[in-house]
Design a protein. Structure first.
Length: 272
């Protein structure tokens, strides 16, 4: 496919040359579309929704692109250039094969955006006290419809988040998943946690308190000492570790930006 159309749901297919020994049997795929290759994604398509076939050293894949996502991110119905990336992790390995390219988005003369598209920004006439915000911090509506700073609980960038009661007391900087409507520590020994949405709590919570977990975020802590050359895995009881677990499943939770900062973005799990 040579281009995408603004505001229209459509299939995107591409063919790339691959190594002769690349096997896609059991491999995990991920597709990202965005303005750049720096985590500014417009849409991410995970393994189960990516069609793929391989023949004569060429891989062809197909994904569904959301017209609403394009319209919400690009705003104006005009020509744009986007970048896409396909990541392939063959079965039984943590190494990935990555393909990147660009694609043009053309006007489709469609001014209709699906009604379920989540706004990427809000316009308000409320006066905001900027002194209550950290640099880059987002805003949320409270129970009375008033905008206030998002509760980030520490040094963390703008992020997607989920809330739920804490099933037990939760320590800060641990990974959690939801079980029975409550947050519990994610653990690689629990097979049911392998494919669940996982988040990181950036502050401690008492049992039954409403906890906020970041699903994707830049998080910093002066007590960390990460090696940026190594992935960060899910460890026992929601801990983050650069020591590869030996039981249960493997799941990369984050990448180290430097010794004290990470980009938290859970990947798909690998069963051991």
């Amino acid at each position: 496919m040579k281009h995408l159309l603004w505001g229209i749901d459509q299939s995107f297919s591409a063919t790339v040359a691959v190594a002769a020994d690349l096997s896609i049997e059991g491999a995990v795929f991920r597709f990202d579309l965005g303005l750049d290759f720096l985590q500014a994604q417009i849409q991410t398509v995970l393994d189960a929704e990516i069609e793929r076939s391989i023949s004569d050293g060429h891989l062809t894949f197909t994904v569904l692109i959301s017209g609403g996502a394009l319209a919400a991110a690009l705003l104006k119905e005009q020509s744009h250039h986007l970048n896409w990336q396909l990541r392939i992790r063959p079965a039984g390995t943590t190494a990935e094969t990555v393909f990147q390219d660009s694609i043009q988005v053309k006007p489709s003369f469609s001014d209709v955006v699906p009604p379920d598209v989540v706004p990427s920004f809000y316009v308000t006439t409320q006066d905001l006290d900027k002194t209550g915000y950290l640099p880059g911090q987002g805003v949320v509506f409270d129970s009375e419809g008033v905008l206030r700073p998002a509760d980030i609980g520490g040094s963390v960038g703008v992020a997607f988040a989920a809330t739920a009661p804490a099933a037990t007391a939760l320590s800060a900087l641990r990974v959690v998943v939801e079980e029975g409507g409550e947050f519990v520590y994610a653990d690689p020994s629990n097979a049911s946690h392998a494919q669940q949405a996982a988040g990181i709590v950036t502050q401690a919570y008492a049992q039954d308190a409403t906890a906020t977990a970041r699903l994707s975020a830049i998080v910093s802590d002066n007590g960390w000492n990460w090696n940026p050359a190594l992935p960060i895995w899910l460890g026992a009881n929601g801990t983050l570790t650069q020591t590869i677990p030996t039981g249960g499943f493997l799941r990369v939770m984050a990448r180290a930006i430097d010794a004290t900062s990470i980009f938290f973005e859970p990947q798909e799990a690998i069963q051991l």
